[in-house]
Structures are given as structure tokens and as C-alpha cells.
Design a protein around this ligand. Structure first.
Ligand SMILES: NC(=O)c1ccc[n+]([C@@H]2O[C@H](COP(=O)([O-])OP(=O)(O)OC[C@H]3O[C@@H](n4cnc5c(N)ncnc54)[C@H](O)[C@@H]3O)[C@@H](O)[C@H]2O)c1
Length: 303
């Protein structure tokens, strides 16, 4: 298959591109390198510098006749989205419409969209599945939810095959340590640079952390099964920030220097998803436990 991965110079997109290439597919990456890095692009993958919102996107689709378009390019800083909702909407909503329009008007590839459990807002049914009400509480969640609704439109009205994958908190090698989320990457970078790590609040807030290779595998599974719905991609296990610190210290063999700051307003107390729909449809399930995933992440950050 010929596969386009948008945002393939970024954290998750580069793992997805690598997984497709390793499975023997021809892979093209587009990225504007706003947060992504050229060195993240895997061997054997063709790179085209392009903004996902640009008019040239349609020409690329016409030229290449993709079979699958895996859309990971996005603005993904929740708190920046509060400061700059126009920027967030321009990249996430308009960029995604641009992708689906180009798909519809060219080779009609299977489209896979990277969505997020942030579309749900504050979770109150645990574990949250695809039926959980979606009431996002920040512009980032709103823009991602809007894209899901556009996907419904392109599916129903234009018959495109579109998979929407809602990830919880993804972690692993190549995660950007300079973002606001990604506690493992942030703490590892700070620790290895001799700096203090700051926990917002008492560290009891829990998250459903999923290792990036499990997310890449979910994307390949979605292509293989031509899934045409929305699926949670998560582990259905939860860990607190203090648990993460404990695992990091164990993997590093050293103590982290930690300080506590005020809790962040709007930070949900608990996120926990259910991957049962994805499992029933395809057999996919996460394979990496948190302790082992953190050991691998530490090893890659040390390099
Ligand atoms: N990291 C997580 O925990 C998480 C959780 C849920 C969903 N997601 C989603 O997964 C996707 C990838 O996130 P990530 O963590 O790898 O972030 P990332 O910032 O590492 O990757 C995003 C990539 O998109 C590129 N990009 C941004 N704007 C672009 C544009 N206008 N045109 C072309 N390229 C552009 C960036 O340069 C970067 O390489 C995003 O859609 C994000 O919303 C991530």
C-alpha cells in the first residue's frame, strides 16, 4: 500500500510511519517541522516539507494516489489552545478538512485520524468508552471533536472510510520534552539536564498511559481492518504522577529532584479509557506494561 503519514516527523507520527515501513508499505511523510524533527523520520520513508493546511496538499494527493492517509499533524498543546484558539482551530480543524477534502476528491484513501480522549472533557464514567458523552473543556478538545464530526459527515455523505482513534496519554521514545504534556519526557529531560521536576498538585492525579508502539500497532490494525468508526486506544490501567516518578526512579537507578507546584486549573483528576470496542473489532490490545515502557523510554532518552 502507499501510505501518507501527516505529522510523521513528530513523536507518534514517526512511530506510525516506521511501523508502516517495517510492514513493507511505501510511506510518504509530510510535516511543517513546527514541533517535529527531520531526524525522527524513519529510514526508507520519503519526506515532503508541507503544511497540512496548504493548497498543495490536493496536488500531492493527485500525484501520489494514496491508499491510506494517516493524519497525525496537529497543534496539540492544550494550554496553548486556550491562549491561541484561532491557531489551534486553523491547524486542527482546517488542516483535517483539507485532508478529508483531498481524500474525497482524489483516490479516496482510507483516512485514519489521530483524536484524543480530551474530546470527552472531564470523564465521569470509568472506564470511559466511545459512548461516554463528549463535552470538551478546552479549545484543543473542541477542535479535535469538531474534526470527529466532520469525519461523520465525510463518512455518511461522501462514503469515505474513516477511522477515528482516540488516544489517552501516549509516552515513549522521541516524545517532545518541551511540550506541556508528556510527563515522562519532561521529567526525563529535566533530570538528565540536572534540573528539578515540578509536579502540579500533590501528584495523585491519575492517567491512562499508553506506550507509543502500542499506538502505532493500533494504527496498522485500523488499516488492515479498514475500520470505519471511532475507537478508544488506551490501556484501561491507571497510574498517578507519583507512580510515574517511582517507575522513572527505578529505571534510572537514581532519585529525581521533585518539587510540588500549584495544581493546574482544568487538569482532570482522572482519565481511564476502555479499549474493548477496538479489541472486539480487531483483537488489538496494548502489550506494554508501564514499568517496561518506562525502562525503554529512559534508555532512549539516555541515548
Ligand atoms: N501525545 C499524546 O499523548 C496524544 C494524545 C492524544 C492524541 N494525540 C494526537 O496525536 C497526534 C500527534 O501528536 P504528537 O504527540 O506526536 O505531537 P507532535 O507535536 O510530536 O507531532 C505533531 C507533528 O505535526 C507537525 N505539524 C504541526 N502542525 C502542522 C501543520 N500545520 N502542517 C504539517 N505538519 C504539522 C509537527 O511538526 C509535528 O511533527 C496529534 O494529532 C495529537 O493531537 C497525541
Amino acid at each position: 500500500m502507499k501510505v501518507l503519514v501527516t505529522g510523521g516527523a513528530g513523536f507518534i507520527g514517526s512511530h506510525v510511519a516506521e511501523a508502516y515501513a517495517q510492514a513493507g508499505h511505501e510511506v510518504v511523510v509530510i510535516d511543517n517541522l513546527s514541533t517535529g524533527r527531520l531526524e525522527n523520520i524513519p529510514e526508507g520513508v520519503r519526506f515532503v516539507a508541507m503544511d497540512v493546511t496548504s493548497e498543495e496538499l490536493r496536488e500531492l494527493f493527485e500525484r501520489e494516489q494514496f491508499d491510506v492517509v494517516n493524519h497525525h499533524a496537529a497543534h496539540m498543546e492544550l494550554r496553548v489552545s486556550v491562549e491561541k484558539p484561532l491557531h489551534d482551530a486553523a491547524v486542527n480543524i482546517l488542516g483535517s478538512i483539507n485532508v478529508m477534502e483531498a481524500a474525497m476528491r482524489t483516490s479516496r484513501p482510507h483516512v485514519i485520524l489521530a483524536s484524543t480522549s480530551a474530546v470527552l472533557g472531564e470523564m465521569y464514567q470509568f472506564p470511559a468508552d466511545e459512548e461516554h458523552p463528549a463535552k470538551p473543556i478546552a479549545p484543543y478538545g473542541v477542535s479535535k471533536r469538531a474534526v470527529e464530526l466532520y469525519a461523520d459527515y465525510y463518512r455518511v455523505t461522501h462514503g469515505l472510510t474513516i477511522t477515528t482513534l482516540r488516544y489517552t496519554n501516549v509516552y515513549g521514545p522521541r516524545q517532545n520534552p518541551f511540550g506541556e504534556s508528556g510527563v515522562m519526557a519532561i521529567f526525563l529531560h529535566k533530570h538528565l539536564s540536572g534540573e528539578q521536576c515540578r509536579i502540579h498538585g500533590d501528584g495523585s492525579q491519575v492517567r491512562d498511559y499508553i506506550y507509543v508502539s502500542d499506538v502505532a500497532a493500533a494504527n496498522l490494525t485500523a488499516s488492515d481492518h479498514r475500520l470505519n468508526e471511532t475507537y478508544m486506544v488506551c490501556t484501561s490501567t491507571e497510574a498517578s504522577v507519583l507512580d510515574v516518578v517511582h517507575h522513572l526512579e527505578h529505571a534510572l537507578g537514581e532519585r529525581l529532584t521533585v518539587e510540588h507546584g500549584p495544581a493546574k486549573a482544568g487538569d482532570p483528576a482522572r482519565t481511564l479509557g476502555s479499549y474493548q470496542r477496538m479489541h472486539r473489532a480487531t483483537g488489538w490490545k496494548p502489550t506494554m506494561d508501564l514499568a517496561s515502557g518506562i525502562v525503554r523510554t529512559v534508555a532512549s532518552f539516555r541515548k
